[in-house]
Design a protein around this ligand. Sequence first.
Ligand SMILES: NC(=O)c1ccc[n+]([C@@H]2O[C@H](COP(=O)([O-])OP(=O)(O)OC[C@H]3O[C@@H](n4cnc5c(N)ncnc54)[C@H](OP(=O)(O)O)[C@@H]3O)[C@@H](O)[C@H]2O)c1
Length: 324
Amino acid sequence: MHAWLCTNPTGVEALAWTELPTPTPKAGEVLIEIKAASLNFPDLLIVQNKYQMKPPLPFVPGSEYAGVVAAVGEGVTHLKVGQNVACLSGTGGFGTHTIAPAALCMPLPDGFSHVDAAAFIMIYATSHHALVDRAQLKAGETVLVLGAAGGVGTAAIQIAKAMGARVIAAASSDEKCALCTSIGADATINYSKDNLREAIKTLTDGKGPDVIYDPVGGDFAEPAFRSIAWRGRYLVVGFASGPIPALPFNLALLKGASIVGVFWGDFAKREPKANAAMMGELAQWYAQGKIKPVIDRTMPMAELPAAYAHMGSRGVMGKLVMVN
Ligand SMILES: NC(=O)c1ccc[n+]([C@@H]2O[C@H](COP(=O)([O-])OP(=O)(O)OC[C@H]3O[C@@H](n4cnc5c(N)ncnc54)[C@H](OP(=O)(O)O)[C@@H]3O)[C@@H](O)[C@H]2O)c1
């Protein structure tokens, strides 16, 4: 097998496409022949030693992937050789094969492509948990999505629409705004040229959004929170722009508003039954055509450094998927 090996987490340049012995799965594990692996924001942080999870060295990055079960370890009963699966295991995806805990593998129904499956779990689980569980979004409410053309942003647009909400998508270019419209956004704001507060005021008749979904952080958080509706819920999802914003508490008091944290990874660990029910609903929505990952492009696995560069330049719309 081959994989992109990280022996020194100093950045993408230090990754090396390396030949490795194909491993044998131990009890409770499976060997997966990887067909597709998507890039998520943490994949960029982990190779720079900037992510909260620091795997022992050396490791193969690639948190989320899909493929075919090539071998099963002792005690694995719910998966068999030849079965199509998707898995989010944190590492291992950027290669031709990987070992994964069987419990983390989601069997794929017929018709679920490897490319879509590799770009599915992280973004939809995060956005479903955020909007449905944490924000208690209701049909007819207005949702503002920041960084709306990114991975979790595009998923948030589709899920909010599936729930009957009105969606305002905010992103940094007209091209990104056009993509958001094409997947269902009712209105868009290009925050690199429009004043965010003014645009929100105009698009909501001065009322403000009921829910704000923020995976970006940085400079837009405070103006967005100042614009929120009475009883609004501000979802703290991530800080893709870098800086972690600080908000004056009085703003929450003035709007009777809530600042709501979203940490899907821990939700999945702490509340596995609720997470499994949510994943079941998402798979159903995919089969019904209510949600579908936006694929920016697919690239050969050997071109991973170029894919990282594309992601780092803020150019990706939806998800970037590496294929074998
Ligand atoms: N809380 C959770 O459970 C959870 C789960 C998954 C992901 N996350 C977090 O959510 C964030 C977004 O993840 P993602 O996979 O959607 O990433 P992504 O696809 O790269 O999208 C991030 C978006 O942020 C915006 N952005 C603003 N400044 C940026 C910068 N300096 N560099 C890169 N992007 C910038 C970009 O949109 P514009 O150009 O339009 O501004 C971009 O489309 C990350 O911080 C990630 O760690 C959190």
